[in-house]
Design a binder for this molecule. Structure first.
Ligand SMILES: [Zn+2]
Length: 231
């Protein structure tokens, strides 16, 4: 696995301890297939496993983008609600699926504690949903629904990029999450938002995908309506 992972030394912004975490060389990992909600099935190694950096000493668990200085108030929240009960363990070696789930749950808990943006929490929830998809678990739907709730709030209240996505991509993704969680009418609304956005012309792949998925949502919606009429 060494060809896909390397060690990165980082310093914890809460306790100042230096620790090592594995980083994936994402571009080198062969791709098997892609799902319509941006999830990628990789061969050999899943880079999502290494998304969350965990300090082995105090327990701070955040992604690379949020691994930055914290306010005194935020530090004391971590010390009070995480570090005192932290069962010291190191996630700096190769990770299993179980490690990936655990570290994402830690990061969601700490993101909520620290008042991180909804877009950030949505990104973590989406990845946790993907992890459960890879394990063929019904928990997938729970976390996709959480992701959807966070992204809708983020869309209304936060500035782009949100979870690394521009407005066209996020509108499309919200549409896709609405469709996959059984809300085709709302999905159509969000696909339309993406398709009618002036920047869609620069996003050819999203445009094509949004049209295909719009049609699937439309078919689902017609079936739902027929079902309701015959009920
Ligand atoms: Zn620490």
């Amino acid at each position: 696995m060494d060809k896909y992972l390397y060690d990165k030394e980082v310093t914890c912004p809460v306790c100042n301890m230096k620790f090592s975490t594995k980083k994936p060389r994402i571009r080198k990992i062969p791709v098997e297939k892609k799902d319509p909600d941006f999830h990628i099935w990789y061969k050999e190694l899943n880079p999502v496993f290494y998304n969350v950096w965990v300090c082995p000493n105090c327990g701070l668990s955040v992604t690379e983008s949020e691994h930055k200085p914290l306010t005194a108030e935020q530090k004391s929240l971590i010390l009070k609600h995480v570090s005192v009960k932290w069962n010291k363990r190191d996630f700096g070696s190769e990770r299993t699926w179980e490690h990936a789930v655990e570290t994402h749950k830690l990061a969601i808990f700490m993101g909520q504690l620290l008042g991180k943006p909804n877009g950030y929490l949505g990104g973590l929830s989406l990845r946790l949903g993907w992890l459960y998809r890879e394990a063929n678990s019904t928990q997938e739907d729970t976390y996709l629904q959480h992701a959807l709730d966070y992204f809708e709030k983020a869309y209304a209240e936060e500035t782009f990029p949100i979870a690394g996505l521009d407005e066209v991509s996020l509108s499309y993704l919200v549409g896709e999450l609405k469709r996959s969680t059984g809300k085709p009418k709302e999905a159509i609304f969000w696909y339309n938002k993406a398709l009618e956005h002036p920047d869609i012309k620069n996003k050819r792949l999203i445009q094509l995908k949004a049209r295909d998925q719009w049609q699937l949502a439309k078919d689902d919606y017609n079936k739902q309506k027929e079902g309701a009429e015959h009920a």
